[in-house]
Write a protein that binds this ligand. Structure first.
Ligand SMILES: Cc1cc2nc3c(=O)[nH]c(=O)nc-3n(C[C@H](O)[C@H](O)[C@H](O)COP(=O)(O)OP(=O)(O)OC[C@H]3O[C@@H](n4cnc5c(N)ncnc54)[C@H](O)[C@@H]3O)c2cc1C
Ligand SMILES: *[C@@H]1O[C@H](CO)[C@@H](O)[C@H](O)[C@H]1NC(C)=O
Ligand SMILES: *[C@@H]1O[C@H](CO)[C@@H](O)[C@H](O)[C@H]1NC(C)=O
Ligand SMILES: *[C@@H]1O[C@H](CO)[C@@H](O)[C@H](O)[C@H]1NC(C)=O
Ligand SMILES: *[C@@H]1O[C@H](CO)[C@@H](O)[C@H](O)[C@H]1NC(C)=O
Ligand SMILES: *[C@@H]1O[C@H](CO)[C@@H](O)[C@H](O)[C@H]1NC(C)=O
Ligand SMILES: *[C@@H]1O[C@H](CO)[C@@H](O)[C@H](O)[C@H]1NC(C)=O
Ligand SMILES: *[C@@H]1O[C@H](CO)[C@@H](O)[C@H](O)[C@H]1NC(C)=O
Length: 492
């Protein structure tokens, strides 16, 4: 683990002096502007510098801890003046520790002290500060008016990183991505000016923010539209039995169902690990409704699927069921795992793509020695709100993909082994080998820390990349909001 000081030993004497110089200039600037900061070596510094991914520790130059918009503005302004990169941190859950800058030496703007959620019960619009975590958002929206937005399952994830880059969860088949509920945002730009963006104010910036937000500014707060939390939902699971012989045909049955038959009210994913596989999800309705919704799928696989568990319950209980953690976290926050992860956004798993995916799994010997899992979300399909959302409204580039796959390889004790990486890298390479480059992508919210910058931009933003690069040149030409896989400004 790195120490929480600059790694001065690695720098030549002149660079060392320059770095110290910048650091003291930044300190002076933040002090003069009365921006709250964490003292180096303080408990708060240690808490805020703690990455979710314990494999990737980075040392900031300074950590600003704003409690109001003006503090964010001053922090961005100081970073620009001194020539240091500024990085907003929301929930700190980036798999690549992008909220710490993805490298040493950034000014981290830690937002989690700003986590207010206020629902206007007349308009049903919620104003949410950028440092709120999903569990706090869900808890408050329900408490204040039995409302909700669509989002992922982990309560500690920040609304900012999540909604600015997509946001998929157990409500997405019916209610779309978290980004789809965002109707406005107050943003500090690279030149420290504040703008309010929406479909009618700076619409280009709003489009870019909704899908690639980390590249364009520091969002301070958002307005989200909300939906009425359903009175009754049913969570369920069913074991999915497959092997090298039956795997492909069984997956094809799930795919056919997902593509055309799966109703909007059903949200479902395939979860698999070295130990077991199951289809699991959340249905908007009661148990009888769930049984009817799944009926066209059950007998199509070999052996047939059987619903193992089906529990009808309330909206917040279902959130708790999939949360696996305290449901209303704010600050401080200390959850950590040591892991490597990759993702795939795929139009289908038929033909050679699915065969390669399954062959690799069942043939790989690493699968017996590593602690891994994958999650195959039914992301698109005929009745999916993600697919049926307006593809031009946000810069999220993968609405045409049927599956969102997350591959995750974790180490429980000690450091992540160097030879761990190829296990997942080769799985992804084998799966995508039969595909043209423009026919698949990756999801930046499951950030792959090992991608080079050019590849990252292509797989995350696909068809939207060139427009995003032009907007980057317009809004952040000097790359104040740089991180190793950030969008490069278009050349003039
Ligand atoms: C346990 C766990 C479960 C997850 N489950 C899901 C899931 O179910 N569905 C899903 O879609 N994703 C899921 N994710 C992924 C998650 O959505 C992303 O990691 C997300 O980017 C985290 O946001 P954050 O604010 O917590 O992260 P951070 O690390 O703080 O930020 C992520 C990126 O956003 C930028 N950013 C943060 N705040 C701002 C801001 N205010 N303005 C501009 N840019 C900002 C950061 O600079 C960084 O580049 C999960 C992650 C974890 C660790
Ligand atoms: C701060 O921490 C560093 C390394 O962790 C240590 O060397 C240094 O003595 C500490 N400084 C103070 C003032 O505690
Ligand atoms: C694969 O599963 C099928 C159906 O359950 C079973 O008949 C077959 O024996 C299994 N094959 C192997 C190699 O385990
Ligand atoms: C599935 O098979 C079972 C057992 O043969 C049968 O009872 C049931 O009616 C079948 N369901 C459907 C939807 O075909
Ligand atoms: C679950 O279903 C039963 C039977 O229909 C019903 O009485 C109960 O209220 C339901 N529970 C919830 C939380 O909706
Ligand atoms: C996996 O093993 C099976 C059975 O031995 C074989 O048919 C298949 O070609 C192998 N696939 C790969 C990708 O090695
Ligand atoms: C962004 O990408 C999506 C998906 O490929 C596409 O439908 C949309 O037209 C693109 N938008 C722009 C402005 O290029
Ligand atoms: C700040 O940047 C925005 C976006 O590029 C621009 O419209 C605005 O004029 C700039 N403001 C100042 C004061 O330079």
């Amino acid at each position: 683990m790195h120490k929480t000081t600059l790694c001065l030993g690695l720098l030549a004497p002149l660079a060392q002096a320059a770095a110290l110089d910048k650091r003291s200039s930044l300190d002076e600037c933040l002090l003069a502007a009365a921006v709250p900061v964490n003292a180096r070596n303080s408990t708060s510094w240690a808490q805020d510098a703690l990455p979710f991914n314990d494999r990737l520790h980075y040392v900031p130059v300074a950590i600003a801890v704003p409690t109001m918009l003006e503090h964010i503005q001053a922090a961005v302004s100081c970073a620009a003046q001194v020539g240091i990169k500024a990085t907003p941190k929301g929930g700190g859950h980036s798999y690549a520790s992008s909220g710490l800058g993805g490298e040493d030496g950034h000014l981290v703007i830690e937002l989690d002290r700003m986590h207010n959620v206020a629902l206007d019960t007349t308009t049903n619009i919620a104003t949410i500060q950028a440092g709120a975590r999903l569990g706090h958002v869900a808890t408050e929206l329900f408490k204040q008016g039995r409302r909700a937005i669509s989002h992922g399952t982990c309560p500690g994830v920040g609304i900012s990183g999540h909604a600015l880059h997509g946001g998929f969860g157990m409500s997405s088949h019916k209610y779309g991505l978290a980004v789809d509920w965002m109707v406005g945002a107050t943003v500090v730009l690279a030149n420290a000016t504040v703008v309010h963006t929406s479909a009618t104010e700076h619409p280009d910036l709003f489009w870019a923010l909704r899908g690639a937000g980390s590249n364009f500014g520091v969002a301070a707060s958002y307005e989200f539209d909300t939906f009425e939390a359903p009175a009754e939902v049913t969570y369920f699971s069913m074991p999915f039995r497959w092997n090298l012989t039956t795997g492909f045909a069984n997956l094809a049955k799930v795919e056919a169902y997902a593509r055309d038959l799966m109703p909007a009210d059903l949200n479902m994913r395939l979860f698999s690990s070295g130990f077991s596989s199951q289809l699991e999800g959340l249905f908007y309705g009661d148990i009888a409704g769930l049984q009817a919704a799944l009926a066209p799928l059950l007998n199509t696989t070999t052996p047939p699927l059987k619903i193992m568990q089906a529990v009808n319950t309330t909206w917040m209980e279902a959130f708790t069921h999939y949360a696996n953690a305290p449901t209303d976290p704010t600050h401080p926050y200390a959850q950590q795992e040591t892991f490597y992860s990759k993702s795939l956004e795929l139009k289908d798993l038929s033909g050679d793509v699915g065969k390669s995916f399954i062959n690799y799994w069942f043939n790989s010997t690493s699968k017996n020695t590593r602690s891994w899992w994958f999650q195959l979300d039914i992301h698109g399909g005929k009745h999916s709100a993600v697919t049926n959302g307006d593809h031009a409204l946000s810069s999220y580039a993968h609405r045409d993909k049927l599956f969102l796959v997350q591959l995750y390889d974790r180490t429980y004790f000690g450091a992540y082994p160097k030879d761990g990486f190829p296990f997942l890298d080769k799985w992804v390479d084998a799966t995508t080998a039969p595909l043209a480059k423009e026919d698949w992508g990756m999801y930046i919210n499951y950030a792959d820390s090992n991608l080079d910058r050019a590849t990252a931009q292509r797989v995350y933003y696909g068809a939207n990349l060139s427009r995003l690069q032009s907007l980057k040149a317009q809004y952040d030409p000097k790359e104040i909001f740089y991180y190793p896989t950030s969008i490069a400004p278009a050349a003039e």
